[in-house]
Write a protein that binds this ligand. Structure first.
Ligand code: HSE
Length: 455
């Protein structure tokens, strides 16, 4: 007899899905609250109850605004991951190795599905964990690991299953976007913006991960694998953070019609795959320039679907918990898709395209000693190296240097700020030219170099 869709649906597991959660920080606590508040709706929409049965965290007594008294308590996440009462293990502890890795491996090895928001873990061990999940017949969901509340993993794994991605770029760190946005809108220091981002629960436990670009690099490496069907290569990402960006860079960029954003960009080139994270000047009227504050955005350039932009909250408890819950619900419904979109054995090796071969425009800010001929000497060095300029601004009054608050170098020499915008050039030529400019002795300190993208 033929099986109907209704017969199939009636076979679906309708027992509660019992979950164990390791990590009750901003995201873990939001998840517990969300499950409680939406219990009826979840059961009605998805046909299954999601029941928290066990939890593990650093402190049992900390006030989190949620009641955990009815859950089994564990001090050891690995023991929780091995608990036979738990159908699905949720890892929200963070950390690239250590207990998070051990617990996730223990759960998968026992054939238990895992949902994790841990980008550092996935960036470093994603392929190994996906392989383990395949071998053990388990699932691993990690929607929340990239861009908080934006369903980009699902989009790449399922929605774009028939398309081929040619480039992916985006704003992948809420903390950096929040800091750069506020620095551009208010006269507020970098340190104060970072403090606010920490208080709002956006920043990592160690905020240097955010501001030095590593968090973006972890997320980009995961996206690169899904976009280009290759191994995850987080160590191969070129990374520059935002700590050297001054108020003055933001102001001069604005005068020139640009906004500075920390972008993660991954694209194919003749040499391989270029994965890079760095502050970037983007046109003020581009879509990405208007993604402000804690919002993230990902632009996927593809063959068949052309350009797709996803934007939304990239950090914060409830947005991230919503993505964790979406993964839990997929698993509760019995969905089974290879974690990295294809069997891990089919992933191509990663081949890195060197940054020196990168072609693009550049913003260069130099502190020039004010002597006759200095500007001519600098521009002719650039010309000798094949560098064409788009615009040149010399500002006698620009007080850009965070370390030197006046335009006198201290030995009687006045300095001028020179900002150059180049046409598209090869990075290696620029580096060579700037080394020669430094040797010529007309400038002070290191040049500020920011890449430009014309999206
Ligand atoms: N610290 C991260 C951010 C949290 O600021 O985007 C989300 O991964």
């Amino acid at each position: 007899m033929e099986e109907t869709l209704n017969d199939k649906n009636s076979d679906k597991d309708s027992r509660p899905l019992r979950i164990g959660i390791a990590g009750l920080g901003t995201v873990g606590s939001a998840l517990v609250g969300m499950l409680e508040e939406n219990a009826t709706q979840i059961e009605r929409r998805h046909g299954r109850k999601i029941q928290v049965v066990a939890v593990c965290a650093r402190s049992r007594s900390r006030d989190r605004g949620i009641d955990i008294s009815s859950f089994q308590w564990y001090d050891d996440p690995v023991a929780l991951a091995g608990n036979g009462d738990v159908d699905l293990f949720v890892e929200l502890m963070g950390g690239e190795d250590g207990p998070a890795l051990a617990a996730v491996k223990a759960a998968l090895a026992a054939g238990r599905p895992v949902v994790s928001a841990n980008k550092a873990l996935l960036a470093s061990h994603g392929v190994e964990l996906a392989q383990l999940a395949e071998d053990c017949g388990a699932q691993i969901g990690f929607e929340a690991a990239v861009a908080g509340g934006i369903p980009v993993i699902k989009t790449l794994r399922e929605g774009l299953g028939a398309a081929s991605v040619t480039r992916v770029y985006g704003i992948l760190n809420g903390t950096c976007n929040y800091i750069l946005t506020r620095m551009g809108q208010e006269d507020i220091s970098f340190a104060d913006c970072l403090k606010d981002a920490q208080e709002l629960g956006y920043a990592e436990a160690d905020p240097t991960f955010d501001i030095e670009g590593f968090d973006t690099a972890h997320k980009l490496a995961i996206l690169t694998s899904l976009c280009f069907q290759c191994q995850i290569a987080a160590d191969e990402v070129f990374v520059e953070g935002i700590t050297a960006i001054s108020q003055e860079d933001i102001k001069v960029a604005a005068e020139l019609g640009y906004v500075i954003k920390l972008l993660g960009i991954s694209q194919r080139s003749e040499q391989g795959i270029e994965q890079r994270v760095h502050p970037t000047l983007v046109r003020a009227n581009s879509a990405i320039a208007r993604v402000d504050n804690v919002l993230n955005a990902i632009i996927l350039e593809t063959d068949h679907v052309s350009e797709l932009m996803l934007s939304g909250p990239g950090a914060g408890g409830s947005a991230t918990a919503a993505s964790v819950l979406a993964d839990i619900l997929d698993i509760a419904r019995g969905q089974s898709i290879p974690p990295l979109g294809m069997p891990t054995g089919e992933l191509a090796d990663y081949r890195r395209a060197p940054m020196r071969a990168h072609k693009g425009g550049y913003y260069i800010r130099l502190d020039v000693i004010d002597v006759p001929g200095a500007l001519a000497a600098i521009t002719s060095r650039l010309g000798e190296n094949g560098i064409s300029l788009e615009s040149v601004i010399q500002r006698p009054d620009l007080n850009h240097d965070v370390h030197s608050q006046d335009s006198d170098s201290g030995n009687g020499e006045n300095s001028r700020t020179l900002v150059l915008i180049t046409q598209d050039i090869i990075e290696a030529s620029l580096r060579k030219a700037l080394d020669q400019v430094a040797d010529d002795g007309h400038t002070r300190g290191a040049p500020q170099v920011i890449r430009i993208e014309s999206f």
